[in-house]
Write a protein that binds this ligand. Structure first.
Ligand SMILES: Nc1ncnc2c1ncn2[C@@H]1O[C@H](COP(=O)(O)OP(=O)(O)OP(=O)(O)O)[C@@H](O)[C@H]1O
Ligand SMILES: [Mg+2]
Length: 233
């Protein structure tokens, strides 16, 4: 297999959920390639398959059919353990609801993904401190997460996503629980990570203001890519 610049290559990906007698085709044949270092937004109505697609890309779920190459490795056929390994090493996740441990310091939250890894306690601390610095939270390390504003919480979540040095960050509605101004601040954080570290960012959003930050916007409808728009920058 020749090396190339694609971080994600999806070929005819389908996902069917089976619930008893009923089947629901959430993804109906998605083919799409994302270049390393890209910043991509996914939009589409509720139920169009955005989170399902993110779960496949994030190796949280397997497609029903189709092939998925992540960094030129065929991952669509891997078993759960191998998928978990890939996920932990290569992908950082950011969620709408932050998913932080309350009454736990920002620093400890960011250290968490490394606690069960081979990384030493000292390096874990250093990496977490650096990640918090990268998202503009230097000086907030010891704050408990329930003492932080929504925007600060999301910065902690982004730092936690970065601490494994992933090649890809996936964010499902990262600004969904934030006011417009704070949402824009968070997008500036993603933008600066993307520009300074060349990290690939794929995010789901309902908010047209958020898509301004993406190079390309994919519109999903009913489990299919309806169109792709390239933003002129
Ligand atoms: N675990 C599941 N089991 C069964 N059906 C599911 C499951 N997850 C999602 N679905 C269905 O698959 C379809 C796509 O869901 P998905 O969550 O991907 O939509 P979405 O575009 O993320 O929507 P939203 O904007 O509301 O988050 C929906 O019809 C949903 O009901
Ligand atoms: Mg969703």
């Amino acid at each position: 297999m020749s090396e190339n610049n694609n971080i994600i290559k999806l070929e005819n990906i389908t996902k069917t959920y089976v619930m008893g007698e009923n089947k629901l085709d959430a993804l109906k044949g998605i083919s799409y390639t994302i270049k390393r270092g890209a910043m991509i937004a996914i939009m589409g109505p509720s139920g169009s398959g955005k989170s399902t697609l993110m779960n496949v890309i994030g190796c949280l779920d397997k497609p029903t059919s189709g092939t998925y190459y992540l960094e030129n490795e065929l991952v669509s056929k891997l078993d759960k353990n191998r998928l978990a390994g890939i996920r932990n090493k290569r992908i950082g996740f950011v969620f709408q609801n932050f998913n932080l441990l309350a009454r736990t310091s920002a620093l400890e939250n960011v250290e968490l993904p490394l606690v069960y890894s081979n990384v030493s306690a000292k390096e874990t601390r250093e990496r977490a401190q650096k990640a918090l610095q990268q998202v503009g939270l230097k000086g907030r390390e010891d704050h408990k997460t329930n003492q932080l504003s929504g925007g600060e919480k999301q910065r902690v979540a982004i730092a936690r996503a970065l601490v494994n040095h992933p090649s890809l960050i996936l964010a499902d509605e990262p600004t969904g629980n934030l006011d417009t101004k704070t949402g824009i601040d968070i997008m500036e954080v993603f933008k600066s990570l993307h520009e300074k570290s060349g990290i690939t960012v794929v995010l789901v959003t309902h908010d047209p203001e958020v898509t301004v930050y993406a190079e390309k916007v994919i519109h999903l409808r009913d489990g299919l890519i309806e169109n792709e728009k390239r933003r002129e920058t």
